[in-house]
Design a binder for this molecule. Structure first.
Ligand SMILES: *Cc1c(COP(=O)(O)O)cnc(C)c1O
Length: 370
């Protein structure tokens, strides 16, 4: 007769014949990445809010140097990068946590504070990674509709807070609609929300913002222990392919996020590329490119207004078309015209600001949608 160790514990007839996935995982919405051209296709890729500029030569050199050292593990805590980021932002290194893109940092911070059934409040439509990260962490998504102009409704978000709320996600500029949250609106939210609710300000597109009414989030952090900032080198810094994001938080929260982070989550190559990008001369060149993209955004927005569009005021590197039921058809039409865009079925379509020729090709398509 076999012992229990050899047969495993008793199984009843209703034991499934496969390994069950967690119900929360079975129910996850898919993350739909921006479309990519298949090999040989000549298409402008305006579907993922990427920076159209290739990395600076100094950054490519740092990557090549680091590539020759990849038999070694990276510095687990990315000490040098954390120190450089802290100096750059003007906070203590204890307050900075890096991760494999800010999407990973978001997952880690949710894992650090969300228990089973806890609520996370966020605007919708917003960044599609939010509901996925909340479910994976075991939390419950509480979505608050955007205002008609594609802006976050912060009073409604404050009103959605309950005893179970652990986190509020504030995406500014909001992906995919583009508008920013203003300082007075955020002050009111922070005054209304209990001190034990984490308020995450996702500033993925910070460097593209030119609206002067936005908050100084780092100054807010000094006044509110519950505020956490999320930033990334994927967009303005053009390092989307290397995956470097970071959180800035009070030291106690930063330590909690660090504790649940994937060990060695940021590769040595990514750390070195990020460090090279933060060098003052590189930094200056990169911000000139951001200025050029902001100028392109203004040109595209003016041309669209001229065509007769009345769209949300984007402060990021993309524009939003609330096309409703026509969304998928318009996206297909853009593709036939050589432009990849990011449609959200039944809702609207996001178009990144890219190369001048790409933006021109897109403007021609947009004129036909009216
Ligand atoms: C692109 C984006 C990020 C950054 O993602 P990474 O993982 O750092 O590449 C974070 N938040 C929002 C809202 C974004 O659009």
């Amino acid at each position: 007769m076999l012992s229990a160790v050899e047969t495993g514990p008793d199984r009843t007839s209703d034991t499934p014949a496969h390994v069950p996935l967690r119900p929360a995982v079975e129910a996850l919405p898919p993350y739909v990445p921006g479309a990519r051209p298949t090999s040989g296709e000549q298409l402008w890729k305006l579907s993922s809010n990427e920076n159209p500029y290739a990395p600076l030569p100094s950054v490519v050199e740092a990557i090549a140097r680091a590539a020759a050292e990849t038999n070694r593990y990276p510095d687990m805590y990315a000490t040098e990068l954390v120190e450089a980021l802290a100096a750059f932002v003007g906070v203590d290194p204890e307050q900075v946590v890096v991760g494999n893109g800010s999407v990973a940092v978001l997952a880690h911070l949710l894992n650090a504070v969300v228990d089973a059934g806890d609520e996370v409040v966020f605007p919708w439509r917003s960044f599609e990674a939010y509901p996925i990260a909340v479910s994976v962490a075991g939390g419950r998504s509480v979505t608050v509709p955007l205002g008609a102009d594609g802006r976050l409704d912060l009073p409604a978000m404050a009103a959605a807070v309950t005893d179970r709320t652990r986190v509020i996600l504030v995406c500014t500029p909001n992906n995919p609609t583009g508008p920013v949250v203003h300082a007075d609106e955020l002050d009111e939210l922070l005054a209304a929300v209990p001190q034990d609710v984490m308020v995450v300000i996702d500033e993925a597109y910070l460097e593209f913002v030119r609206d002067a009414a936005v908050p100084d989030a780092v100054a807010l952090l000094a006044r509110h222990d519950n505020v956490v900032l999320l930033r990334t080198l994927s967009k303005a810094y053009g390092l989307a392919g290397l995956r470097v994001g970071y959180a800035i938080a009070a030291p106690r929260l930063a330590a909690g996020i660090r504790a649940v982070s994937t060990p060695f989550g940021v590769s040595h190559v990514a750390q070195q590329a990020a460090l090279a990008s933060l060098e003052p001369t590189a930094q200056a060149e990169l911000m000139e490119r951001v200025d050029a993209l902001v100028a392109e955004r203004a040109r595209v927005q003016a041309a669209l207004r001229e065509q007769g569009w009345d769209l949300p005021d984007s402060q990021a590197n993309f524009v939003w078309f609330p096309l409703g039921e026509r969304t998928m058809e318009c996206a297909a039409q853009a593709r036939r015209a050589g432009v990849l865009v990011r449609p959200f079925a039944g809702d609207g379509l996001r178009v990144s600001i890219g190369e001048v020729e790409a933006n021109d090709a897109f403007l021609e398509v947009a004129a036909t949608w009216l």
